[in-house]
Design a binder for this molecule. Sequence first.
Ligand SMILES: Nc1ncnc2c1ncn2[C@@H]1O[C@H](COP(=O)(O)OP(=O)(O)OP(=O)(O)O)[C@@H](O)[C@H]1O
Length: 337
Amino acid sequence: MTATSRTPRPEPRSGSGDDPVLSVAGLSIGTARQNLVSDVSFTLTPGERVGLIGESGSGKSLTALALMGLLPEDVHARGTVRLAGVEGNLLTSPERTLSAVRGDRMAMVFQEPMTALNPVMRVGHQVAEVMLVHGRAPERRAARRAAVDLLGRVRLPDPAGAARAYPHQLSGGQRQRVMLAMALANEPAVLLCDEPTTALDVTVQAQMLELISSGVAGSGTALVFITHDLAVVATVCERALVMYGGRIVEAGPVRDVLSRPRHPYTRGLLDASDLDATDERGQLRTIAGSVPAAGRFPEGCVFRNRCPRADSQCAAAPAWAGTGTGYTCWHPVERHE
Ligand SMILES: Nc1ncnc2c1ncn2[C@@H]1O[C@H](COP(=O)(O)OP(=O)(O)OP(=O)(O)O)[C@@H](O)[C@H]1O
């Protein structure tokens, strides 16, 4: 089996009518003694953004690691994982195929960037290396220039200076941007993000989410975004897969899953989630204690239930969610900007 990573890429496409870029069927993961993930199946079309939601220990990270061929040694996967442009089942592919795929056709951003960055290599060099290794840049100098461009694209201030820095000289949020730049360097077919904002403070989190959304927008890169935060899924994703106890227990468009959750776990998650609302520009804001000043929400907002002030709010879905002292609006931000 070989990875065809240097063949021309299909034109970026979006919409659900496309052939899947990733097909996962009957994925089960376990150790010799224990089953950890059971019978996970889903497909991703080019450009699609899917949120993988679930409580701690539900099997989200293992699922992503299995797709990347990065499971720990004592953990094994069965089933099939097919990536467009790559022959055969990734789960049974040799390491050389997986190394050609990783960082190229499929890339991952982890929660803690220090574990993924080389501490003794300047970050510009690390970003350039990803392009050189996969033959995406013709030579070192072009790769370095492209690396600085990419660091600018993820909005690092002074990208040339950042390129010369070592990881420890950057903040956590800046290091996470470097990871995103590396992940996007070769315009992957699939980007896996495993809780990439959990360790960041709220403002930096919002910037990172926007960068991820804009990073994949228009490139045809499909996104799997792992989180236990429903507001994040509502912001970034169009489809949600809910995992519980190693299985997918609920799947569907984000709007449906969040407004009409069927599984008790999803309902519980909604009840326990933060109280967020969006302002008229579509920015998520945490609301404590009161209904925010009147302002129409853009068409297409998704709300959990009806608002006491329904008539003055969203044109498409005149409703708010009232939960105790605050209100929740499930609103895919970028579609309305
Ligand atoms: N190497 C391993 N050996 C045995 N069990 C493991 C191993 N790695 C993970 N597990 C177990 O598999 C289950 C799923 O873990 P996983 O990391 O995928 O959960 P998760 O949903 O990503 O959780 P979190 O949100 O906390 O990251 C957990 O019960 C975990 O303890």
